[in-house]
Design a protein around this ligand. Structure first.
Ligand code: PLP
Ligand code: COI
Length: 348
């Protein structure tokens, strides 16, 4: 059962002027975990919440989240994209951070109701969507460093178009790390993002948009970048880092791999060393490099920095890029422009 407390007021939105995270839909899902069980979720007006200052989320960072999208087709039908992947991933993050698992009825049914009540917030322009942010935080504690006994699960939504508007410049990180063996790199834990802000600011001050992360022990193997998994189109293969326990196993990544294989492109999920990458760039064998993720969708890179040297990737017109083809194929499936041979669309 979901308790619905409908807002008496609906905010308006101009879909021609969407920037990521600027506007939030009228309602949010709110659900508390108390005494070892989840209470009934409540759909209520988007707004502030009250939590105790001793909540563990503030002190020890028990916080995880997801990122997913819903799309409209030209007739106004609404589709979530692979929502069960996000459902499974939030629970694997929850398990790693010693937080309670969320049930399908709270996550999926709650989300369906939220999107139904706020369906006017879903843009119907091709390439636009509603970005959905489910998150789970610890809301209790005794200041001792132990897992919380109370939690809050919420879902909020923001209309979305492009995350980046230009090709990206990335710097290969040689000092800081995003994750380590045995750590939480595979989770969408808030702390993974907090720890990236300082090195990212340094990279940005040096003229880059994002960091291209490397492995924490040798800084010689490429992992991922910012909020994206990364693909390298070298000779005739598309190479991406293996989804091990150190990188986020992106749902867009999985989808791009499937779509590339469908197109007959050879995909290698293997480690790519920095020296191999630089060698191939110098030999003009790297045709394209791109990052992908739910918020970003797919964005190609134009410059890669390494130890104070910059390497420029080939200038290829958009329509001739493999990344352009893959992005369009993905968006066509998401927006119900073409058949969905993989069963990725989930109609509301
Ligand atoms: N890697 C990181 C660190 C991310 O934050 C994201 C975004 O969610 C991704 C990769 C891509 O994952 P997905 O395609 O599931 O959004
Ligand atoms: C996503 O793509 O869903 C993300 O999590 C990106 C977000 C951190 C802005």
């Amino acid at each position: 059962m979901i308790i619905i407390e409908k807002s008496s007021h609906s905010n308006s939105i101009d879909f021609n002027d969407i920037s990521f995270g600027k506007n939030y839909s009228d309602h949010m899902l709110y659900c508390q975990f108390n005494n070892g069980k989840w209470e009934y979720p409540i759909l209520k007006k988007f707004g502030e919440i009250t939590v105790s200052p001793i909540s563990l989320v503030f002190h020890y960072g028990q916080a995880i989240f997801e990122g997913m999208k819903a799309y409209k087709d030209k007739d106004g039908n609404v589709f979530l994209f692979r929502p069960f992947e996000n459902f499974n991933r939030i629970n694997s993050s929850a398990q790693r951070l010693e937080m309670p698992l969320i049930s399908k009825s709270i996550f999926i049914d709650g989300l369906k109701q939220l999107l139904y009540i706020d369906k006017n917030w879903i843009p119907n322009n091709y390439g636009q969507s509603i970005y959905i942010r489910p998150f789970l935080i610890a809301s209790d504690g005794r200041l001792s460093a132990n897992p919380s006994k109370k939690y809050i699960f919420m879902i909020i939504c923001t209309p979305a178009s492009n995350y980046y508007f230009t090709p990206l410049k990335v710097n290969i990180e040689q000092k800081y790390s995003r994750s380590a063996d045995g750590g939480i790199g595979f989770t969408k834990a808030a702390g993974n993002y907090a720890s990236s802000f300082f090195p990212t600011r340094i990279a940005q001050e040096e003229g880059y948009d994002q960091i291209l992360w490397t492995d924490s022990s040798t800084h010689s193997l490429i992992e991922e970048s910012g909020t994206m998994n990364v693909f390298f189109y070298i000779k005739d293969s598309l190479i991406t880092a293996p989804a091990n326990k150190k990188i986020l196993n992106g749902i867009t990544r999985k989808s791009i791999i499937t779509l590339a294989k469908e197109k007959g492109i050879r995909v290698k999920e293997c480690n790519l060393s920095v020296s191999e990458l630089i060698y191939n760039i110098r030999k003009n064998l790297v045709k394209e490099v791109f990052g992908c993720g739910t918020a970003v969708v797919l964005n190609f890179f134009k410059k890669i920095g390494y130890k104070c040297e910059n390497f420029y990737l080939p200038k290829i017109s958009y329509e001739k890029r493999i990344s352009f083809f893959l992005k369009k194929r993905l968006l066509d499936i998401q927006h119900n422009v073409v058949d969905d041979p993989f069963g990725w669309r989930f109609k509301l």
